[in-house]
Design a protein around this ligand. Structure first.
Ligand code: UDP
Length: 403
């Protein structure tokens, strides 16, 4: 199959952990590679996000066998606010059609990611008369139900998502929970939705000696280390983790490492810093910023406990990566997280927005080395059953059934 993959608002080439680049970018990259390994070709169409990236490198069409290509098109300024993305969808569609006509590119199927790309995907699907499969990654109705604002018109987005659901040929949900949300909140036809779990890169995320990892990162060999990995976003619930660490106070000497997010001044970062200052934890919390996945593996292997205190999480790849490294996790009992963490077996599920529960679970694990080790071992086994190879095979099977 030749697949046109639409990732309009965020390119897989953007720095992971910054701005909007996170799980979806990893998903697209890994899925595309997985499809390529199965003999398919994937062209990924994204909005140009800086001036170095606007030139499209285009090769001979004969090379278009089992490859992944990243194609970028100018649509709005590089630093466009996400509330304005919607104004540039038609321009992007025109550019993609023009480019494909000029280069005689033809596809068998469109795979779109996130609601903005799904709007584009549907327009292209109608124009090219080929099937369209979408993955939403996040849903407006979930944000609305949580009362979370993100600077965009969520009512409009929800209406668009409803329309897309009716038009697309199939929808890939990351969990059964997401499938249920699509049915109950959007009246999505059940037969259109397939629940296919994302995976983890087991070649990269695996156990590495803890002391060795700490030496590589220049970390103290004795300290208790609690790790969070993710974008700095209110939905990630980092505030509750900071509050939990304040409650643990002097009882447990610890270091909290926050990996992800840009270190450039932003309202979110300023707020986080003030919270840490108010909790009197400035000396105990490291705000690391975003790091590559190759380096991230040492952070996972250096920590004693991984915490993901999200208010909602479509899936929660970072927690799965930590588990693959043999680390016990304390995660909110929400969304995707509760589908792959077994409470009291591979970690602890805690109520969202509850600092006290997070503190109690962290204390229990820090006090009990054997419990921590046992849970870490079980976590690694549990994570091992979810690989990108399996994800890609299931998605390729779905795509083929539509072509
Ligand atoms: N990530 C990374 N570097 C960072 C922060 C995050 O490579 O500094 C990656 C992380 O390994 C994971 C993804 O970004 O694969 C985040 O996905 P997750 O599902 O945890 O969160 P999302 O971004 O989807 O909310």
């Amino acid at each position: 199959m030749k697949i046109a993959l639409i990732s309009f608002h965020s390119s897989p080439l953007e720095t992971l952990g910054e701005k909007d680049a996170g799980g979806m970018n990893v998903y697209i990259q890994r899925l595309s590679e997985g499809l390529m390994e199965l003999g398919h070709s994937v062209d990924i169409f994204s909005r140009a996000f800086n001036s170095d990236i606007t030139n499209i490198e285009f090769h001979d069409e004969n090379e278009f066998e089992s490859i992944v290509r990243n194609l970028h098109f100018n649509a709005g300024s590089y630093d466009l606010d996400k509330s304005q993305f919607i104004d540039y969808l038609d321009e992007f569609v025109d550019k993609v059609i023009g480019f494909c006509d000029k280069n005689d590119l033809k596809y068998d199927l469109i795979s779109s990611h996130y609601w903005l790309s799904a709007i584009i995907g549907q327009k292209l699907s109608d124009y090219w008369h080929i099937p369209h499969v979408t993955t939403f990654h996040t849903l407006a109705e979930i944000k609305l139900s949580l009362g979370v604002e993100d600077g965009t018109d969520l009512q409009f987005r929800s209406k668009s998502e409803k329309e897309i659901i009716q038009s697309v040929d199939a929808i890939v949900a990351s969990t059964d929970l997401e499938k249920q949300d699509l049915i109950s909140k959007y009246d999505a036809p059940e037969t259109k939705i397939q629940s296919i779990s994302p995976g983890v890169n087991l070649d990269l995320f695996k156990s590495i000696d803890r002391s060795e990892s700490r030496r590589i990162l220049n970390l103290d060999l004795q300290e208790n280390i609690v790790l969070f990995v993710g974008r700095i976003d209110s939905l990630k619930g980092i505030d509750y983790l900071v509050e939990a660490m304040r409650q643990l106070g002097q009882k447990f000497p610890f270091r909290l490492q926050l990996v992800g997010g840009s270190l450039h001044a932003s309202p979110e970062l300023n707020e986080l810093k003030s919270k840490i200052q108010e909790a009197d934890l400035t000396d105990r919390v490291d705000i690391i910023g975003s790091v590559s996945q190759e380096k991230l593996v040492y952070y996972y292997n250096s920590c004693d406990i991984f915490v993901m205190p999200s208010l909602h999480e479509s899936f929660g790849l970072a927690a799965l990566e930590a588990m693959a490294c043999g680390i016990p996790v304390v995660v909110s009992d929400v969304g995707g997280l509760k589908t792959f963490v077994t409470d009291s077996e591979t970690g602890f599920l805690v109520a969202p927005a509850n600092a006290n529960e997070i503190a109690v679970r962290i204390a229990l694990l820090l006090e009990n080395d054997s419990l921590r080790n046992q849970m870490g071992e079980k976590a690694q086994i549990q994570a091992g059953s979810r690989t990108w190879e399996i994800t890609s095979q299931k998605i390729a099977f779905l795509y083929s059934s539509l072509c």
